[in-house]
Design a protein around this ligand. Structure first.
Ligand code: MLT
Ligand code: MN
Length: 310
């Protein structure tokens, strides 16, 4: 199974269009050590021919153009694409808006939880993916689901499970108190298994906490690609960017006793990779002490174009 990181940044990307903070400004001006990154998405294939998107970021068109595996085959039909299916892990803008790029009558299958599918179904703009050609398939939780796309078996099985998180920002209901109306299925993690080799990895780009059930899912895994939004819970406040903490946004931070680095310490995961990294996170500075700290703790910081063969 080949995994390619299409976009390693969180919503807004790196740099973010309207951000003059130190991190974004350095990335914008090409300062060494500050590599620009597009928004959160991976692509996976078990056979090198048919590809699955894990989330569809607003930068998908650029990501496809930068990834030759996702181009129409040179000797293929006039209209074709190796992208056969997409799985959505939440309804966040950075994970669903790229679907719009997949119009033009191309057959594929779209997999998501009942909650996220309801959001897609409620927005008629997504009907530009012709419903006669694009299946919308509800992912049952905690159930291995062999994926098909455009009528083909992809050789990949997905197992989706609910993780601690928050409903998408634009769906928050302030009348529902601290939960903002979050329900099961709003944020999922997935286990992705190559049916041929039996190898698997976990993809969890949004997560508010590593609770007991999540720890048991990932314990002993060969690879986990995990929410790296923030380094410290208050970093956006401290940098004067936004009055929101990571906790308020539904994201665990890397550092601290409650953070992801500490939480994974005893879980015996062979390879740990941060993805969905916010432009405020100092680990995006290759030479920062925070970058060294996570690397010393056995984590990798993903970048656009990163490839992992399992
Ligand atoms: C998130 O990951 O918390 C969201 O993508 C935030 C947003 O919608 O900007
Ligand atoms: Mn996001």
């Amino acid at each position: 199974m080949l995994i390619k990181v299409l976009g390693s940044a969180a919503g807004g990307g790196f740099p973010q269009w309207n951000c003059n903070g130190r991190m974004s400004a350095n990335a914008r001006h090409g300062k060494p050590g500050f590599s620009a990154r597009t928004q959160s998405s991976l692509t996976v294939s078990s056979n090198g021919r048919d590809w699955l998107l894990l989330n569809a970021s607003p930068d998908l068109r650029q990501q496809i153009n930068q990834t030759c595996e996702l181009w129409p085959s040179a000797d293929g039909p006039l209209r074709s694409s190796p992208i056969k299916a997409a799985v959505l892990t939440n309804g966040d803008v950075d994970h669903i808006i790229g679907l719009i790029n997949l119009r033009e009558g191309q057959p594929l299958s779209l997999y998501a939880s009942d909650r996220v599918l309801a959001t897609v179904n409620a927005n008629s703009v997504f009907n530009v993916l012709n419903p006669e050609k694009v299946d919308r398939v509800e992912l049952a939780m905690d159930t291995p689901t062999p994926l098909t796309g455009a009528g083909l078996a992809l050789g990949i099985t997905i197992e989706a499970f609910d993780v601690p998180g928050k409903v998408a920002l634009y769906l928050e209901d302030a009348s529902k108190g601290d939960s903002f109306g979050t329900e099961k299925g709003d944020t999922i993690g997935i286990k992705v298994t190559d049916e041929g080799t039996g190898k698997s990895f976990f993809y969890i780009p949004g997560c508010a906490a590593v609770d007991g059930p999540l720890a048991e899912h990932v314990r002993g895994a060969e690879l986990v690609m995990f929410d790296g939004t923030l380094y410290t819970d208050d970093e956006m406040i401290a940098q004067g960017l936004m009055p929101k903490s990571g906790h308020r946004m539904g994201h665990i931070s890397m550092s601290g006793t409650e953070g992801s680095v500490a939480a994974f310490d005893s879980l015996n995961v062979a390879r740990k990779v941060f993805i969905h990294i916010n432009n405020s996170n100092p680990v995006l500075d290759d030479n920062s002490p925070e970058r060294k700290a996570v690397e010393n703790a056995g984590w990798e910081v993903s970048y656009d174009g990163m490839e992992i063969q399992l």
